[in-house]
Structures are given as C-alpha cells and as structure tokens.
Design a binder for this molecule. Structure first.
Ligand SMILES: [Zn+2]
Length: 191
C-alpha cells in the first residue's frame, strides 16, 4: 500500500490528537454493550453472518438440525455426509481475525453491537461520515464507533490527505469532549 503508518507520519499533531482521542474515548465511555463476534462454521459454506454468543448458540442448533437431516438423506443415497457445524469466534479480538470490516458490525439476529475492526477503506468511510454529518452527541454507541476508527487506523497506512482527515476528526471529538487538543491541525475541505 502506498502510504504511511501512524508511527511514520511526521505530523506530530495529528498523531497526538488521534492517539489521545482514542485513550480518552476508552477512558470516558463504557463499551460493555459490545460483544465479541461469533460465527457458525459448517463445513459446506464460508461463515458469512456474525452473531453475539447467545444468538450464535441458537443459530448453531438450527444449523445442526439442518445438517443432520441432510446427512440422513445423503447416507441413504450412499453419499458423503457433512461434518456437523460448530460455533467459532467469541474470543476477545475475534473481530480482527475476520479481516477488516467496511463499517460497524451488529449481530445478524438481535442487532447488538459486535467488537469489529475496520478495513483500511472502512476507516476512511466512517471518518468521512462523521466529518460530513458532524457529531451530535457522543454516547457509548457513537464513542465505540469513533474508537474503532482510531484503533483500526493504527494498523493501516494512509496518504497525507487521509491522515489530515483523521486528525481533523480526532480534533473535533476532543473539542466535543472538552479535552485539550494540539491546535494547528489544518482545516481540510471535505469535498
Ligand atoms: Zn444477537
């Protein structure tokens, strides 16, 4: 990728604001509403839905009974049967093992927020969204979205313009939270 990582950006204000912003968000807000990502592995298809643990267990039951019934059928016809599905994920940081996401991830069944990490383009997509529509009120849910942007961006590389946008967003968040910011972050044009 043609870009620079946050360690190598020579704009120390941007780096400061982004890192400080993430620390503050983590400290000030409660992310207990966020659950680890789970999914069902069932041998014959790639996992494509994400669930919270509770819903994943229910989903596993359904998926198991479907597989069993398919297997009974296949057995009768002398065909190879499928392995039974199992529940996967569920550990801390499982979301980052799923590859980066393009936006926030919610449980497919109950809609609860899951612990995701954003892809490189997902970071900029989310950043653009907040810069464009602004920040009304930062509650736990919004704070987690912002936190994910700043957390995920540290794993990726971006060009100077994108770092400026991320720095600008960090500055807006810090201002909103009444925190001391490193000033001089240049105001950038969104379009
Ligand atoms: Zn759920």
């Amino acid at each position: 990728m043609n870009g620079i990582s946050i360690e190598n950006t020579d704009d120390l204000e941007i780096k400061y604001n982004i890192e400080y912003c993430n620390k503050i968000l983590y400290k000030k807000f409660n992310f207990h509403h966020v659950e680890n990502i789970c999914w069902i592995n069932n041998g014959y298809e790639e996992h494509c839905y994400e669930y919270c643990y509770k819903c994943a267990e229910k989903e596993l039951e359904k998926s198991t009974s479907v597989t069993k019934s398919v297997n009974r059928n296949f057995k009768k016809r002398g065909l190879d049967t499928f392995e039974l599905p199992f529940l996967d994920g569920g550990w801390d940081g499982a979301g980052s093992d799923c590859g980066g996401q393009d936006g926030p991830v919610h449980c497919e069944e109950c809609g609860i927020t899951l612990d995701y990490s954003l892809s490189s383009s997902g970071v900029m997509e989310e950043c653009w969204h907040f810069l464009k529509y602004g920040l009304e009120k930062i509650n736990d849910e919004v704070a987690f979205e912002l936190y994910s942007i700043f957390e995920s961006c540290s794993y990726n590389e971006y060009n100077v313009e994108d770092w400026k946008k991320l720095g600008r967003l960090a500055k807006i968040v810090l201002e909103k939270l009444g925190e001391i910011i490193s000033s001089n972050t240049e105001v950038i044009d969104l379009d």
